[in-house]
Write a protein that binds this ligand. Structure first.
Ligand code: ATP
Ligand code: MG
Length: 138
């Protein structure tokens, strides 16, 4: 199996139980879970690839506005499958293009889209280490 880093963002945390039930039904296995509130410094570091973009300051404010829940999810093809489960970045597009996706169900708009998922194996490794520095895979 493969591991990916998933986050429930502040706007969807209150739906955690329902969301975890759904993702387990889709075959994802929760290996680690951590509920944290990021400082704006930590949120900036996590989203460092987006530094300089127009939405960066708002994204950092949003991601540090309340608790989030980070998970290590395991499954065959977990990285790609989790991104497919989340659906399109913009929740409003998701409701049209992928009405069954998590962002369609639990997202609000382009920023408050409820979820994060690593976008490749190297990102997954970095992001897992960011939240779970002691985690050892294999
Ligand atoms: P994620 O990386 O969270 O899985 P993504 O890869 O679909 O989402 P990115 O382009 O990497 O999207 O953007 C990271 C996050 O920044 C998005 O999930 C969203 O919360 C926010 N974001 C992206 N684009 C915009 C935008 N145009 N306006 C506001 N917020 C945005
Ligand atoms: Mg991304």
């Amino acid at each position: 199996y493969q591991c990916t880093l998933a986050i429930i963002k502040p706007n969807a945390v209150r739906k955690e139980d329902e969301i975890v039930e759904l993702l387990e039904k889709q075959g994802f296995c929760v290996l680690q879970r951590r509920c944290v509130r990021l400082t704006s410094e930590q949120a900036s570091e996590f989203y460092t690839e987006h530094y300089g973009k127009m939405f960066f300051p708002a994204l950092v404010t949003f991601m540090s506005s309340g608790p989030i829940v980070a998970y290590i999810l395991a499954k065959n093809n977990a990285i790609e499958d989790w991104r497919n489960s989340m659906g399109p970045t913009n929740s409003m597009n998701a409701r049209i293009a992928a009405p069954e996706s998590l962002r369609a169900k639990y997202g609000i708009d382009e920023m408050r889209n409820g979820f994060h998922g690593s976008d490749g194996p190297l990102t997954a490794e970095r992001e897992i280490r960011f939240f779970f520095p002691d985690f050892i895979s294999h």
